[in-house]
Design a protein around this ligand. Structure first.
Ligand SMILES: [Zn+2]
Ligand SMILES: [Zn+2]
Length: 364
């Protein structure tokens, strides 16, 4: 994830105003709309959107810049009748059971959450009541793939014994909450080695192994590619593979990787110019079987910038084409894809637009 999330987002009061589709008046002197170039046909889509949702999404967000559309009585959640696993990171403000409602409002079939305040050490356990309410809420949605993202503070690679111990305990608690809630995947950022890269990788792998041994279960731990700033581990496919190799073999079936398009591009994998080469390299080093989650984010900063700045899909340095290819790539078809793009003032409308945009890339 880029940084601070909207976990403390205030709920906007309901607006009495109706959402009306008002076409923008033509601007004076504005150039006439050019017909689409012949070599670029408009993307056909195989997905079917219910008519009410289609009408809703034809309006440009923010529908009301002061409010989250999810709280608006007229908001119609988009629903697609396909098997694409696509969704967003959604807030758990108000409790974990509130996340499914937010996922439903954007028509998500995959969902990522934090299971606690991501920038605090304070731990929590998910008691039976909470787990039950979460599962019940989830059952009312079309979400079929659930992902949790671990805390930003955890550094399993740290040479500081106290910090590393604290990180391992926190990481164990992350895994326990995932198991309790029945979350399918836990995405974790590899740590910072600080002193020596090889030692850092070994410490990180040991931490993973300890946590997996202490928390048996089904949640698959996915190490996320980083953008390689400072002493961050995991900015290359080789380092992700080294982390997996550092874990005892009997635990490796519970390990996968998460490819974040923004991080990978910032780390030096050029999805724009060398899409096929990047995935060939990935398959050689890690293998597609290890790819269990994807984060779809455009990048605010240029290629190989080693900076983690997410941008809205198609609006950054990656542009639309890599996402078009990803959405049509059969090798990635069964991998749940989650956006972590800026949400603006209306998270529901903005996320719904991003997901609609991505689905629009799917060729008919
Ligand atoms: Zn990020
Ligand atoms: Zn990410």
């Amino acid at each position: 994830m880029a940084s601070r999330k909207n976990s403390k987002r205030k709920r906007a009061p309901k607006s009495p105003r109706k959402l009306k589709a008002r076409p923008a008046p033509p601007k004076k002197g504005a150039p006439k709309k050019k017909p689409a170039p012949k070599n670029k046909p408009a993307p056909k889509t195989t997905v079917t959107l219910l008519p009410a949702a289609k009408k809703q999404l034809a309006k440009k967000p923010p529908f009301n810049p002061k409010h989250d559309s999810a709280n608006h009585p007229d908001w119609v959640a988009p629903v697609w009748n396909d098997d694409v696993l696509l969704g967003a990171h959604v807030s758990i403000a108000g409790g974990t059971h509130e996340a499914p409602r937010r996922a439903k409002a954007i028509g998500a079939t995959a969902m990522q959450v934090f299971t606690k305040m991501a920038n605090r050490w304070a731990e929590r356990i998910c008691a039976d009541d909470e787990c039950k309410t979460f599962r019940t809420a989830l059952a009312t949605t079309l979400v079929r793939s659930t992902v949790a993202h671990d805390s930003y503070l955890i550094n399993l690679a740290s040479p500081d014994a106290a910090l590393r111990r604290r990180s391992v305990e926190s990481f164990v608690a992350e895994l326990q909450r995932c198991e309790a809630l029945g979350v399918g995947f836990l995405v974790s950022h590899p740590g910072n080695f600080i002193d020596d890269r090889a030692s850092g990788i070994a410490r990180n792998a040991d931490g993973i192994a300890e946590a997996l041994s202490r928390v048996p279960g089904k949640t698959v731990l996915c190490m996320e590619i980083t953008c390689g700033s400072g002493t961050a581990i995991g900015a290359t496919f080789e380092e992700l593979a080294a982390l997996i190799d550092g874990v005892p073999e009997q635990l490796r079936s519970r390990l996968g990787v998460c490819i974040d398009t923004c991080h990978a591009y910032a780390a030096g994998y050029d999805f724009v110019k060398t899409y096929d080469d990047v995935w060939r390299r990935f398959d050689d080093v890690l293998g597609f079987n290890r790819l269990r989650v994807m984060h779809l984010n455009d990048s605010k900063t240029p290629f190989a910038s080693h900076r983690d700045r997410h941008e809205k899909i198609g609006e950054g340095f990656l542009g639309e084409e890599p996402f078009r290819r990803i959405m049509n790539d059969e090798r990635l078809a069964r991998v749940p894809k989650v956006i972590e793009t800026p949400k603006g003032t209306d998270p529901t409308a903005t996320d719904a637009l991003m997901l609609t945009r991505l689905r629009g890339y799917i060729d008919g």
